[in-house]
Design a protein around this ligand. Structure first.
Ligand code: GUN
Length: 284
C-alpha cells in the first residue's frame, strides 16, 4: 500500500512557517519581502492563477502587487515596467505571467527581469542551480524535491527517473536531483523500453502530460512516485501522468492528482520570493 504524499497539508505547513518567517524578517531587516506579478491581457486561466498567487502572497504577509496591463500592450511598454521594478529596492521578486500576447516576445521579457529577482527561476538553469550563484530554482521542480524530502527518505544514491524533458519541469528537476546526488535518467517520447527503465527506478517524476502513461506494472515495489501531470482523462476526470489505481498498491509513496504537486507550486513561488529577499538583505 502506497502512502499518500499530501501536497495540500504540506503546503499549508509551509505557508504557516513562511508567515512566521516574514514577521521575524520584518523585525530584523525593517521591511517585508515584495512580490510583483505582471499580467498582460485577459487570458482567463492566467487571471485565476494570478489571483491565487496574490491571495497566498498576502496570507504570508508579503508586500504583493499585481500590475494588470491591457491586451494591446507593446513590448516596449512591458519592458519599461520591468525596468522600473528591477530598479525598485522594495521589489524582491518579479513574475510576468505567461503566456503574453503575440506582439510580445516571451524570451525578451524573460531576459529583461533582473536575475536576482527572477522568482520563476528561468535564469538559474544556465548555472545548474548550484548554491553559490544565488539564483532560485523554478517552482514546480522545487516542489517535487520538497515533496520527496517530506517522506523522510534519502535521495542520495537512489535511481531517479524523470519522464519528460521540458524546459519548465523535466530538465530543471533532473538537475535538482543530480544536485541531491541521485543517479538520474531522463526518459522522453523517443525512449525505448520505458517500462524496463521505470522498473529500476527508486524515484519516478512524471512530467510528460500524457494521461496515466506510468502504470503499476512499470513501478518498482517501494518506489516514490511524484506526478506533475494534470490531464483530463477519457472519463472526463482530472488525472495525472501516473495511473494512480494500479501504481499506488506497488509504490511506497505517491502524490495524488489533484492535491499533490499542484498546491505546492505557489508555496514554492513564495519561498523563492523569500530567498530572493534574503539574497537582497544579506548582499545589498
Ligand atoms: N503560466 C503558467 N505557468 C507559469 C509559470 O510557472 N510562470 C509564469 N511566469 N507564467 C506561467
Amino acid at each position: 500500500m502506497g502512502r499518500i504524499i499530501d501536497g495540500k497539508a504540506i503546503s499549508a505547513a509551509l505557508y504557516d512557517q513562511m508567515r512566521q518567517e516574514v514577521e521575524q524578517l520584518e523585525r530584523q531587516y525593517g521591511r517585508r519581502p515584495g512580490l510583483t506579478v505582471i499580467i498582460v491581457g485577459c487570458d482567463p486561466a492566467s487571471q485565476v492563477y494570478v489571483r491565487n498567487k496574490e491571495i497566498n502572497a498576502r496570507k504570508v504577509g508579503l508586500v504583493s502587487e499585481v500590475i494588470r496591463m491591457p491586451e494591446e500592450t507593446t513590448q516596449d511598454e512591458l519592458l519599461a515596467v520591468i525596468a522600473r521594478l528591477n530598479a525598485d529596492p522594495a521589489v524582491d521578486g518579479i513574475l510576468v505571467q505567461l503566456p503574453v500576447p503575440k506582439q510580445i516576445d516571451k524570451n525578451a521579457v524573460i531576459a529583461a527581469v533582473a536575475p536576482d529577482k527572477d522568482v520563476d527561476g528561468f535564469f538559474g538553469m544556465k548555472s545548474g542551480f548550484t548554491p553559490k550563484h544565488g539564483y532560485v530554482a523554478p517552482c514546480t521542480p522545487r516542489a517535487c524535491i520538497h515533496l520527496i524530502k517530506t517522506t523522510g527518505e534519502t535521495i542520495e544514491g537512489k535511481h531517479a527517473l524523470v519522464v519528460g524533458r521540458g524546459e519548465l519541469v523535466g530538465k530543471p528537476v533532473a538537475t535538482l536531483l543530480l544536485n541531491e546526488n541521485a543517479t538520474v535518467t531522463i526518459a522522453h517520447s523517443r525512449t525505448r523500453n520505458l517500462g524496463e527503465i521505470a522498473r529500476t527506478a527508486d524515484i519516478v517524476i512524471a512530467a510528460v502530460g500524457r494521461p496515466k502513461i506510468i502504470t503499476g506494472e512499470m513501478v518498482k515495489p517501494g518506489a516514490i512516485l511524484i506526478d506533475v501531470g494534470i490531464n483530463r482523462g477519457a472519463d472526463g476526470k482530472l488525472c495525472g501522468d501516473i495511473d494512480f489505481a494500479s501504481a499506488e498498491p506497488v509504490a511506497d509513496w505517491i502524490t495524488p492528482v489533484p492535491g499533490g504537486v499542484g498546491p505546492m507550486t505557489i508555496a514554492m513561488l513564495i519561498r523563492n520570493t523569500l530567498d530572493c529577499y534574503l539574497n537582497h538583505v544579506k548582499k545589498p
